[in-house]
Design a protein. Structure first.
Length: 138
């Protein structure tokens, strides 16, 4: 079995943002030469997420509004912010959307269902963060 690891780096201009990273992951998969296996995509920061869903702008806006209703940004609201931070909401949003996703690799391609795409979700942006792409297989 072979393995291949690369990092993607992001620094969003906004506090919250949603980036379709599917083409970047597909490029890394192609470079790996792995034809059958698994691809892990992991947000390596506790205020960011990686998830799979449809690349439809209205849906992305719905996600953002949904998360903001569940965990609104109000610095005074969260106990975590008593430490001097202002990102208690970002930690909760990350917990809801998860830290990673795993995609099967078949015939050298990401084996997606209809409309599936990989997204990096940033909940506390404006600083550099990384995403791990780890591919294992043959």
């Amino acid at each position: 079995m072979k393995s291949h690891r690369e990092y993607l780096w992001f620094e969003t201009k906004k506090r919250r943002d949603y980036l379709n990273i599917t083409p970047l992951v597909e490029k890394i998969l192609k470079q790996s030469g792995i034809r059958e296996g698994l691809c892990l995509v992991n947000a390596m920061h506790i205020t960011a997420s990686v998830f799979i869903n449809d690349n439809e702008p209205g849906l992305i806006q719905d996600f953002d509004e949904f998360l903001e209703k569940l965990a609104p940004y109000h610095a005074e609201k969260y106990r975590h912010n008593r430490t001097g931070e202002d990102n208690g909401d970002a930690h909760l949003k990350r917990q809801l959307f998860g830290r990673e996703t795993v995609i099967a690799i078949t015939d050298g391609k990401l084996d997606f269902g209809p409309w599936e795409q990989i997204f990096y979700a940033e909940f506390d942006g404006r600083r550099k963060k990384r995403v791990l792409v780890k591919i294992i297989g043959e």
